[in-house]
Ligand binder design. Sequence first.
Ligand SMILES: Cc1cc2nc3c(=O)[nH]c(=O)nc-3n(C[C@H](O)[C@H](O)[C@H](O)COP(=O)(O)OP(=O)(O)OC[C@H]3O[C@@H](n4cnc5c(N)ncnc54)[C@H](O)[C@@H]3O)c2cc1C
Length: 447
Amino acid sequence: MSKQHLVAVVGAGPAGIYGTRKLTEAGHRVVLLNRDIKPGGLAEYGIFVDKEKMKTGLRKQFKKILADPKVFYLGHVTVGEDKPLTLGELKSMGFGAVVVTAGAQGTKKLGIEGEDCIGVYHAKDVVYHFNSLPPFSQRSFAIGRRVAIIGMGNVMVDIANWLLNHKKIDQVLVVARRGPLEKAYDDNEFEVIEPYLDNADMKHEIERIAPQLAAVGQNVGEITQKFVKEGAPAEGRRLTFRYLCSPTKVIANAEGRVAALEAEENEMVLQDGKTVAKGTGMMRRIDVDCVIYAIGDQVDASLGLPFSRGAFVTNPEKLPGDTNRAAYQPYDPQTKQALDGIFVAGWSRNASVGLVGVAKQDAERGMKVVNQYLASKEGLSSGDMEARVEALMERLKDQGVSVVTKEDIELLESAEQEEARARKTWDFKYTSDEKMLEVIAARKAAR
Ligand SMILES: Cc1cc2nc3c(=O)[nH]c(=O)nc-3n(C[C@H](O)[C@H](O)[C@H](O)COP(=O)(O)OP(=O)(O)OC[C@H]3O[C@@H](n4cnc5c(N)ncnc54)[C@H](O)[C@@H]3O)c2cc1C
């Protein structure tokens, strides 16, 4: 009995690509379907534009994994409800397993009044924009000169970095529910925006919230020492923080554009040893031109898996043997059944959690579960697998999808590298799908 299977992996970010390697190592063939033309996910379109070493290192690893003849890369293919291909269709096409590693493509809102006005954006959309991912790359963002970023993680740092160092706006104002010690960004990441920190304003802000910090046992002197440095903000561009503030309303001007953010001032209380923000009912107005939510993302419900509170529902049972096994299985709470042969991993399993290494590790653990599942099923012959891939290609063609293969990606990348060299820069990306498809077609025709 053949034990080799054909597996569909949906999403070619770090989780999908490293996961694919685990599947091919077990002898399986993988059809890797990816919404974007190029592979890499947030490693390509999220990690900050100037992290050359990290980005080129990851690209090299991904390229090597995709080069395996057991991997069929199909870019520019979106899977989901009302999309050219659904998960159910993939299952019925004879894939031994379907693995969803599509990241966290849904966006979270705060649900406050005015958040639909012009100039309120989600961090991911902005990050995709400055990392040149179509169609976000082609969208215009009404940024203005003063931007409030809601949230205090590394994504906030990337957005502030782009706004201050690249867009050279006047002020970034970070709005956070809790205090300085509750920051989620890493100090080494913060260094790129630290020169813009308005130290006088920071000192003032810590003084303002000092009683609330002291009330939860935090040492105000130490906090001041850690967060207030010397010197004026570089080039007059300012980075300021408003702590203990929860946004309650976006105030628009007569043209429907952001004019200010209204926020409720918080105090902090200790709950089970953790600091928790609690509204005081006191409101303050923060004048800004733009508001960016950097509060994490949720998974994309349109993929068609059971969904609850921003996440795909996974099997709550503790299965015998490997306690972690169930966590990779989508689960239908109505029928109380795990979905047979479908798995989730990476940011599709744990939205917005961790760096590339975490997504990789999660996918590798998840694929162990998939490989165990496949080992109990009858596999396919080589010919059967080829027939199924052909049937899939036919189906996508019928749907009018311009599928991009890994050979096409090589052609595109060589054109982009030439362009980068001509422009004397380390990286260059075409910013629309149409242009990328045109470049691929032109290179193919010239062969
Ligand atoms: C702004 C930002 C900066 C970051 N910077 C760093 C950093 O400096 N260092 C670091 O280590 N980590 C960084 N990370 C974290 C890192 O990017 C993630 O840990 C990792 O990319 C998650 O991998 P993933 O494969 O689960 O999801 P993703 O990277 O999001 O990949 C998902 C893939 O699925 C595809 N897809 C989506 N929907 C569909 C669909 N319906 N059908 C088919 N395909 C689909 C997408 O095209 C994409 O290729 C950053 C994250 C962000 C948001």
